[in-house]
Design a protein. Sequence first.
Length: 452
Amino acid sequence: MRRKLSTIEHMIDGNIVYFVRLEGSVDPERLRLAIGRVQRKHPALRSLIRKERDGLYYEEDCAPEVPLRILRRVEEEDFRRESQFELTTVFPYDQPQLRAVMLQSERESDLLLVTSHRICDGMSMLTIVREVLRALHKDEDLIPYAPITTRDMIGDYQPPHPWKRKLTAVLVNGITRLIPHSRRAPENKECCLEWAADRALSDTLKQRCKAESVSIHAALVVALDRALLTVLRKKKAPALIESPMDARRGRLAALKSDMLFFGGGSLTIPTGRSAHLDFWARAREINEQIRKDIEREMLNIPGRYHFAEMLRPLPDAQMQSMVRLGDALKMNGSWNRFALSNLGNVVVSDSDAPFRVKDLRLYVHSFNIRLLGLVAYALNGEMRFYFVSDEKCLSSKQAAALKREFMALLRQQLIPAEQSASEALLGSRHLPDEFDPRAVDSPLLVMRSNAP
């Protein structure tokens, strides 16, 4: 099968790295076979990209096997070097859009799975991790499925006023053609922070959210909103918190939970609203707003894809000009948006697996736009947080202040007032050997995953 990349897929150019530390030995040949089985299931992993005059195309069932590098782990932190290398290495069009690295030691194995962000989002990448780990010790069949196309997302949607939509698309395309072509990529420098809320604080957060009848995501939105206003003040804080929404989970008939896909909808929440409200009263407002927005967004997805396919994809040179325009307008480098993604409770291995998942982390990088975002997920009973910001969005000092304020707000809502400040500080910890990459060219990516 041959198909043109969608407008959205053209625009997304970046990498996702998932790092998994396994306690127990992994046979390299068994790993190679497991990755091969997963590749044969997913069309996106069996396809190559062809560049033609009118854009990029996928050609399915012509990709070689997924590259796998086997290295000896000498130091515990070797995975950082390899993660950074894979994160910033472009996927050639004539190779599968997935790579793997295994670092072996006597008692542990570090597995890095790297994919192009344009073929899948963060939740899709978890599917790859889960299926590879399962295939390491089980020989179950992985059933291939037909490629997911933009037409599947649009379905039988027809705009109520086709001529208005066509006219709007013509005007937008005319305007975008006036954007100059920049010859120089934006100079990006990233600050990356990782930390965790310990099991006690994580359990308390879960219990309190249940008692207040709100999702954990709603509580995180309120904490982030108020932390941004405290650290940056209203004039400099992003105007919107954007939460990518997982369109799978039975919401769209064309998408199943085990399919690889990039895109779907996203929810936007204005910042700085209802500051007078109690934290949990505001969380209940946000929780109800998210519920309504999900219903509305699901109805809007077909129309949004329909319109996007009428637009001309911007080449990299024009994307670079757009980034520079955002810088000139002092829009925090991210067009006044802060991405908050929530992967939920992450379980990637079976209880009967011959190995144990000791650690799981993710990293994102973009080659064409800037990053400002926070990814939250739960692993082995504790909440994890991955924050990344370009210096044009936030300085490293502001990023550290935002992290402190964000966790302080959560602790204040969960720990009794009479508890000592020293005890409260025990509620969060740095992840061992904090990862702080400095990408050489324009890093970024908004992680598209299941937010609410």
